[in-house]
Ligand binder design. Structure first.
Ligand SMILES: Nc1ncnc2c1ncn2[C@@H]1O[C@H](COP(=O)(O)OP(=O)(O)OP(=O)(O)O)[C@@H](O)[C@H]1O
Length: 272
């Protein structure tokens, strides 16, 4: 993979012009969860989870297998309904709203989920272009042969960020697990999201590729102001790439601290 930090950002997303009433030092809250709880049937997964994450920050969500990290991400994104509580994303309510409003909000958010969900018979490039469907609404983004030139260029830049330009025309079902993971990441960032949720983004990557992906996320946060939330079982990644670490255990938020204030053994405690 090329050195990601030397490359220009995929695309700079447009933020509203300052109104003149805010001060540069006042952080903007992009993600706000208020007393979010989730049960599946009679089984509670977590309850009363609250946090506020500011624009351009990177947050690691950690905890043992099955504690509810993915479920919390899905609730926060509105992919599944929370049992109780409320969420605001980018200043807009994301719970208790019409599906059409949620769709518009989701188009501003990128997701890398554990299942890559690539379309197997389509090319890598077409799969990356699918990340622009929500934004442009254009069916021409379904297959790369029909996509506008500017979109194809953005998709190639996203592939360059994950070191896969050379595989642009390969069918998705001919990729290794790690390559599929990187295509899913390119698809998540091609639309210049303002928030990026990533569920175990380095799970199927070798250590160097995992480091490159986390460096890419950090550059999106630092250079483009993207608000990044990632889950990880990798304690080093959580401490090195999270400005802040949220930990789930025993069905509640057990840890919420800046990464610099934590040691590896603080995080290991969550897994005991
Ligand atoms: N749709 C569902 N219906 C019922 N139970 C579910 C559903 N989705 C998840 N669960 C359960 O909720 C719990 C939390 O799962 P989740 O995948 O959120 O955990 P996780 O912390 O992300 O785990 P991992 O680290 O292994 O990815 C698990 O016991 C899981 O079996």
């Amino acid at each position: 993979m090329s050195d990601l930090r030397e490359k220009a950002p995929v695309a700079r997303h447009v933020r509203p012009e300052p109104t003149g009433t805010e001060f540069a030092s006042v952080p903007v809250v992009d993600i706000e969860a208020q007393s979010v709880s989730k049960s599946f049937g009679d089984t509670p997964i977590f309850s009363d989870v609250s946090f506020r994450l500011v624009r351009g920050s990177s947050t690691a969500l950690v905890g043992a297998n099955g504690v509810g990290k993915s479920t919390l991400l899905r609730c926060v994104m509105g992919l599944i309904p929370a049992t109780a509580g409320g969420v605001r994303l980018l200043g807009e309510p994301a719970t208790g709203v019409r599906k059409s409003d949620l769709r518009a909000l989701r188009a501003r958010i990128g997701l890398v989920s554990q299942k890559h969900n690539l379309v197997p018979r389509l090319s890598v490039l077409s799969n990356v272009l699918h990340g622009m469907l929500g934004r442009t609404g254009g069916p021409r983004h379904w297959a790369h042969g029909f996509a506008p030139e500017a979109s194809r260029r953005a998709a190639m830049e996203a592939l360059d960020k994950v070191g896969l330009v050379h595989l642009a025309l390969r069918r998705a079902d001919r990729l290794s697990g790690g390559q599929s993971q990187r295509v899913a990441i390119a698809r998540a960032i091609v639309g210049a999201p303002e928030i990026l949720f990533a569920d175990e983004p380095t799970a199927s990557l070798d250590p160097q590729a995992g480091k490159d992906v986390m460096d890419l996320f950090m550059s999106l946060a630092r250079e483009n102001g993207v608000t990044v939330v990632f889950t990880s079982h990798n304690i080093d990644h959580a401490l090195s790439y999270g400005d802040r670490v949220l930990g789930l255990a025993e069905g509640r938020k057990m840890l919420d601290a800046t990464a610099v204030s934590l040691t590896a053994s603080d995080l290991r405690g969550l897994y005991d």
